[in-house]
Design a protein. Sequence first.
Length: 609
Amino acid sequence: MKNRILELTQRVRERSAAQRSAYLARIQRLSDRPPGVQRMGCANVAHAFAALPGDQRLRVVAERAPHLAVVTAYNDMLSAHQPYEGYPALIRDEARRRGVTVQVAGGVPAMCDGVTQGMPGMELSLFSRDTIAMATAVALTHDVFDGALLLGVCDKIVPGLLIGALHFGHLPCVFVPAGPMSSGLSNGDKSRVREQFAQGLVGRDKLMEAEQAAYHGAGTCTFYGTANSNQMLLEAMGLHVPGAAFVHPHAGLREALTRESVATLLGITRRARYTPIGQLVDERVIVNAMVALLATGGSTNHLIHWVAVARAAGITIDWTDFADLSAEVPLLARVYPNGSADVNQFQAAGGPGYVLRELLDAGYLHGDVLTVASGSLAAYGQVPRLRADGEAAPALAWVDLPAASGDDSIVRPAAAPFSASGGLKLLLGNLGRAVIKVSAVPDDLHVIEAPARVFDGQESLHRAFDAGELDRDVVVVVRFQGPQANGMPELHKLTPPLAVLQGKGFRVALVTDGRMSGASGKVPAAIHVSPEALAGGPLARVRDGDRIRLDAVAGTLSVVVDEAEWAARTPATLDPEQAEDNAHGLGRELFGGMRRTVRSAEEGAVTWL
């Protein structure tokens, strides 16, 4: 192991010692109880299993066979979750073959950020994560289960399921992915059409044609955003059947992997190698997830989500930890928006298995951790394949990847990385704490200093762009976009106009207390600025014309204003009409309590502490 990785892990362990110890004591008390059927009253048991066929009730009650839960995020609004429609029947069939029982314990909501991008519904997106965690708890609180299969893929769904599962830390859990859609219009071509539309060079018909060619079937979107980063992190944490992340939903291998998830879960229940999720997800596993994120240039949303995940396991991490790891961890993958390849090309070049093997061999990952698979984390450095005709059982086998990358423009060995660091920077200064993802930003744009243009929402920025008011060197400040203000929506719709300005030769940057998911790509973006403007953060003091310096080399974010003048300024407040709009319509009223209680972005934007 690299000494710096060990030192950082120890720092996290010491910081978290008291709360982690209390967490483990709580789950131990739950683990020590008799199984649910033996513990519960007869009426409780009868209600729980009333809908099971008689022979299966016998297995649960008389034979005391393991009983498994399925918590599913199925809906067919999300392309990534549509394949889950048939999973319960498949899982039930596999369970019957193995002499155990299974029930769909509950469903959790799952919204698509792509559908709500730039729309009022996006203001519920971040809060949907904790809603999913609570829905997971509702499903599992029937408390009759020996383990759980968790079905979810996309942005807030996996963190929500994981947070919920960690609050049932005494249960063994396996995550069951569905895979990416097949490649369509390339991400680069799609982005070019978006920029052309932003300039008025093509109409809505051409834009619609491009978008539908890019998003065209079942599975996750093929860029390396939050959804696909989720799957990479779950592989690194040992919570999947090894190699399950990026197999297409309709591939024969996908069904075999889904069936294998039942066997994998049974292998870690009390009758086997008991591995409850609360013990599995320890400080080393959290650090492994962080390393995998940085080594692949994954979504910046996980600087919020994995802070919350860690908290759910009694572990405290912060952005300084991410930044310190980023300085040590090499960048081994280039997948759009950090490169031109999509996730299917990443998988074909070696995918998570190649990256994890390289990181393990080079000492960047803790290999001696618990996983849901038999053996150590090394199992995740292999890839699954189906048995060929004429081969003996089993149906699935795991094989070693070639020593060399399948395409060194997409994945590289640890000895010859794309970059010696992970491309994430923590920015500090008189504007607060922020993060920037520079892995896709050209080196000559890592330092931007220009006059500010301040906006209190996305719409006003688009109007200014359309009017030609931003055709100059400019640092665009978009504030009142934090968790307390409006739920911290992603601001992806700012990317095309800012990219157009940069393409014209202007030096442009974005500074915001909102989110960008790292999809800002080539435009420098200081995001998640904390404290947020509504909570009295410094962004509320910025005025049009102030010079702002974003320096990703030095790690600073500052406004160049006389200190006395800066201190004397009265912070701006959110316009009452805008505040009223943020609080009403499309269900936003129901989330008012979350806006009032939510912690800062760096504290994971959690609403349950």
